[in-house]
Design a protein around this ligand. Structure first.
Ligand SMILES: CC(C)(COP(=O)(O)OP(=O)(O)OC[C@H]1O[C@@H](n2cnc3c(N)ncnc32)[C@H](O)[C@@H]1OP(=O)(O)O)[C@@H](O)C(=O)NCCC(=O)NCCS
Length: 133
C-alpha cells in the first residue's frame, strides 16, 4: 500500500497506525488488485457516510492508483467497477471523487471512460490544514 501511495505522489506513503485505523473503520473500504503471484498492482480506497440532504448515503473515492507497468490494462476500470458495485449493495445515492490529479487530460479521460462526469464543485480547503501533512 505504501509503495502504491508513493506512485500516487505521496513519497512518505503511509504508516502502520493509519493502515490499522483505515482498515478497522466501518465506513472505509479498500480493494486491492493483485497479479498472478498476488502482488498488489493497484488499489482503490473509498469511504461512505449518511448525508442529511440526500436522505441516504454518499460515497467518495479517496485514493486510486495503478502501478505504472500495469496501466492501460483495465485494472483501474476494474477497481472502479468494484466500487460502483459495492455502492449498489450499500444503496449509495451519490458516488463522487475529488482529485487534484483528475485535472490532467489523461485522468479526466479515464474517469469519463469509467462513467464519471466533472462537476462544477467549488472545493475550498482551510489554509491551516495545508500544513498538517
Ligand atoms: C488513472 C489510473 C488509475 C488509470 O488506471 P488504468 O488501469 O491505467 O486505467 P484502465 O486501463 O482501466 O483504463 C480504462 C480507460 O480509461 C481511459 N484511460 C486510462 N488511462 C488513460 C490515459 N493515460 N490517457 C487516455 N485515456 C486513458 C481509456 O479510455 C481506458 O480504456 P482503453 O485502455 O480501453 O482505451 C492510473 O493511470 C494511475 O494510477 N495514474 C496515477 C495516479 C492517478 O492519477 N490516480 C487517479 C487520481 S487519484
Amino acid at each position: 500500500m505504501a509503495l502504491l501511495l508513493r506512485e500516487l505522489g505521496y513519497p512518505q506513503g503511509t504508516d502502520q497506525q493509519t493502515v490499522h485505523w483505515v482498515i478497522s473503520h466501518p465506513e472505509i473500504e479498500i480493494f486491492v488488485a493483485g497479479d498472478a503471484q498476488d502482488r498488489p498492482v493497484g488499489m482503490v480506497s473509498f469511504s461512505h457516510r449518511p448525508q442529511l440532504r440526500l436522505r441516504g448515503r454518499v460515497a467518495t473515492v479517496d485514493e486510486l492508483v495503478v502501478s505504472e507497468p500495469w496501466r492501460r490494462r483495465g485494472v483501474g476500470r476494474a477497481l472502479l467497477a468494484q466500487v460502483v458495485e459495492r455502492g449498489r449493495v450499500l444503496s449509495v445515492k451519490q458516488l463522487q471523487l475529488i482529485s487534484p490529479l483528475a485535472s490532467t487530460p489523461e485522468t479526466r479521460q479515464f474517469y469519463q471512460a469509467c462513467g464519471f462526469s466533472e462537476m462544477d464543485s467549488g472545493i475550498f480547503r482551510h489554509a491551516e490544514t495545508e500544513t498538517r501533512r
